[in-house]
Design a protein around this ligand. Structure first.
Ligand code: ADE
Length: 237
């Protein structure tokens, strides 16, 4: 775990939304330290008519507008999209997971297409897109938001962003959710920090945390828990 330096190239109609993320606090530090790189491409700069049109109504009828192929193709060509990993976040994609984030963190560059409206012309997907991914079973109006979710999950895996220890301890390690965390004060609104965490007995703390992870996974993610059981049955990974 812990990839190298990744470049995020983002194709968007709203570069200011994405720019705000890269220039804010922790992200800005990672950019400054050279841990990540980014390039924003305004799709509208590649529109081919005087009104700079980027969308049109769908063939076959139906609601909404579709992002046109020509500006998107020209924008993708400008960044060498045919030779790079092109990812399109969309509610019609395959589920995005931590495993995928780890895979992306090993790449030199990811090109993200931010969709809008009803979607993008299918021929862009056919010609350029390697991965269509969804961040969950709900529909966002903004592909920028889902691209930022992907970027956030990948950049934190790049070496130097956060400690190896935190990466190893976090949720989804072993398909279990995280144990509960506490910090001072010892008692807050009548709720005390569990005794065991104050004792300094490391083996016992580890055991307690493991039990809590199991408890939480069973309660909040029975699907993950069932997956663990079936992996165990088949003799592990
Ligand atoms: N764009 C709009 N909704 C999305 C979703 N659920 N996942 C990824 N991209 C999206």
């Amino acid at each position: 775990m812990g990839g190298g330096r990744v470049k995020f190239t983002v194709l968007t109609l709203f570069p200011d939304i994405v720019e705000a993320f890269f220039t804010s606090s922790i992200m800005a530090k990672a950019v400054e330290r050279g841990l990540i790189e980014y390039e924003l491409i305004n799709i509208r700069d590649f529109a081919q008519d005087k009104h700079r049109t980027c969308d049109d109504s769908p063939y076959g009828g139906g609601a909404g507008m579709v992002l046109k192929a020509e500006p998107l193709a020209a924008a993708l060509d400008s960044v060498g999209g045919l030779d790079k990993k092109v990812v399109f976040p969309t509610p019609s994609g395959v589920p995005y997971t931590q495993k995928k984030a780890e895979e992306y963190a090993e790449l030199d560059e990811i090109v993200l297409i931010c969709g809008r409206y009803e979607g993008i012309d299918q021929r862009i997907i056919d010609l350029y897109v390697d991965d269509e991914v969804t961040i969950g079973d709900y529909v966002l109006s903004s592909g920028e938001v889902s691209s930022l979710v992907l970027i956030d999950s990948v950049y934190r895996l790049c070496s130097g962003v956060i400690t190896q220890e935190s990466l190893e301890e976090e949720s989804f390690q072993d398909n279990l959710l995280e144990y509960p965390h506490y910090t001072r004060p010892e008692v807050f609104r009548g709720l005390a920090v569990p005794e065991i965490l104050r004792g300094g007995h490391h083996a016992k703390i580890e055991e307690w945390r493991h039990e809590k992870r199991i408890e939480k996974t069973k309660k909040n993610r029975p699907d993950l828990w069932d997956l663990n059981k079936s992996i165990e049955k088949s003799g592990g990974y």
